[in-house]
Ligand binder design. Sequence first.
Ligand code: SF4
Ligand code: MG
Length: 332
Amino acid sequence: SSPLLAVRDLRVAFRTRAGVVNAVNGLSFSVAPGEVLGIVGESGSGKSVSMYSMMGLLDNPNATITGSARFDGAELIGMPTKRLNRIRGNRISMIFQDPMTALTPVYTVGWQIVEQIMNHEKVTKAEAWSRAVHLLDEVGIPDAERRARSYPHEFSGGMRQRVMIAMSLACHPSLLIADEPTTALDVTTQRQILELIGDLQAKYGSSVILITHDMGVISEAADRVIVMYAGRAVEMGDESTVVRRPRHPYTWGLLGAIPKPGQRKQRLPTIPGLPPGPRDQPTGCPFQKRCRFAMEQCSTLPPLIATGEEQNHLDACWLPDEVREELREEVA
Ligand code: SF4
Ligand code: MG
């Protein structure tokens, strides 16, 4: 089947006083209908910027966006704002780490969902209200009829994220983009929210792009995964393949940051060093400064290709296949 979203060679550059900063360096991927695609990487890897630029939400006059992002046949890059606004919230909706940024504090949550529905569909207020209540009930808000009349600050963080999800589903989007939706939540609530997204995805058949810095979230919720580093995809493949047989040294590091059972969750990935700053991007492999295995060849940019057994498992690294098999065992 043809993809719901096909992104080709997406590039985002910012003009600054100090020169041009490349935030996204030629990202290509697609999302199939009904698929959950996870995009994982540390902050600053270009995950959010790539999504926001595609959705016309970058709001930065110094940004240049090139490449293509075809959603259900329509080109999003360069689409007039008015048309993009019609797609956003209707066919594509977004949820964020902090629902307060998307909810208005002075209106009841029920009313905000009603507005969302009435912005995109010709229905009566009464119809929209009963749909809002139904949605709140569906995302697990107890006593939804009454709670629809509450204000955002009257909900806990986890419940507020549920409200946000209800709002994002109001118009039955075919694509849901969730940017770190569980990062601010405790582990139990995080699991519940991921389950909820999975359930709703199964029920409505929406595709989901799940942005996270946490490989644990990926292995829990994603069908397919893109590992991003310094504005590039460095590994891409089925979730089970990437998690079980990771090929890129950066992915090994991210997976090392998942706490083992009985171990306390670490705050930071165990990869020493920091991602390159926007102004000191090395030529060649962007990971070379932090990579234990860097060699001379790494000063040339490795292509993102299938080098292992599986055709749809891509990575960008110069290490020979046999060496990688060995190293992975040792690192894991
Ligand atoms: Fe490390 Fe070189 Fe592979 Fe980059 S290309 S990840 S520096 S071994
Ligand atoms: Mg982000």
